[in-house]
Write a protein that binds this ligand. Sequence first.
Ligand SMILES: Nc1nc2c(ncn2[C@@H]2O[C@H](COP(=O)(O)OP(=O)(O)OP(=O)(O)O)[C@@H](O)[C@H]2O)c(=O)[nH]1
Ligand SMILES: [Zn+2]
Length: 371
Amino acid sequence: MSRVAESLLPNVAERLSRVQSDLRLGLPCLLTDGSDRAVAVAVETLSQARLDALRDLFGVPELVLTGNRARAAMAPVQSADIWDLPVRICPPKHADMDWFMRLADAGQDTAGPVAPLHRVRDREARLHGLALSVVKSAELLPAVLIFGLADGAVLPEGLSLTAIELTEALGHFAQAPALSPVAAAGLPVEAHDNGRLHVFRDPDGRTEHYAFEIGTPDPARPVLARLHSACFTGDVLGSLKCDCGPQLRAAMLRMGQEGAGLLLYLNQEGRGIGLANKMRVYDLQSRGLDTVDANHALGFEDDERDFRVAAVMLRSLGFGAVRLLTNNPAKVHTFRAQGIEVVEQLPLRVGKNIHNSGYLAVKALKSGHAL
Ligand SMILES: Nc1nc2c(ncn2[C@@H]2O[C@H](COP(=O)(O)OP(=O)(O)OP(=O)(O)O)[C@@H](O)[C@H]2O)c(=O)[nH]1
Ligand SMILES: [Zn+2]
């Protein structure tokens, strides 16, 4: 292939973005690690017809779950004390999409765990871990079917799957996203009539994050800043289940009163699991789980956000130091690790009510938030 033509090939960020789209459509992708290769597909979006076709072509799949999800789904029938990441399960021959979904989705396994299950633990599972990371990054349930390809096996003619190689993917995930500024315009808001909204775009071509300047903050001095994660339910609907709406408004009000500030608004809804999964964990919470245990039961970590995004926007706008409005020590930690000076952490204690007091207490107890 000529160098000109090569420059039109997608790079790793672009291929990951394609794979995320394919997985959301219920299409498979190809994962490689040296000579190890596997076809992977997300359980949540897979149709029965495509499952049948994949079995015809590639044989018996393994179901891959995160340790957290497997523990929640299988603990009553598995005495194993270790829940290594990822957990690989050999499904029975009759397993259909209903069977897989009952293991993938904590909201569906009310009938009790499926048994017996055979866990596969004897081989390395690097591709399986990659598959879970990619499915999570697509904001889908962390449950994947993996069809291993034998050495030398070729894909059927005409079946072109987007491929991701393990090392390049890990290298990509390790780096802070190289956001680019796309557009900015003045926007008067209730908090201040001199506002300016900057839109940044991720190299995945899809995700956008926002920085909203209030007044004209001086980049030579620490800026009063709020790092805020999207909460459609709190920020827009006024949900009483969390404190996001009041925190957003209090932060902007304070910036308006001081005459200058910067709101960094990250589109990482539901602590990075997406709104659909957040509704799934809310449903689990209505059955008695707390906010952290509900994330685990679905297969996620407590918090799947990447706060480095905020440091990238901050620096792009010329700021290197903040007075940060937050109760969350992880935000301070990430800023410092990214070379942003946090000269002050300013707690934001607003919006407590009878519906969210348990949620706030759990965040303080389990995630170290300032009370
Ligand atoms: N997974 C999950 N996400 C939630 C839940 N309740 C709220 N969220 C999300 O949690 C995030 C809260 O964001 P922030 O207010 O910026 O962050 P924080 O970690 O609470 O820290 P500070 O508000 O800065 O103290 C938003 O993305 C919400 O959508 C929940 O029960 N489960
Ligand atoms: Zn919220």
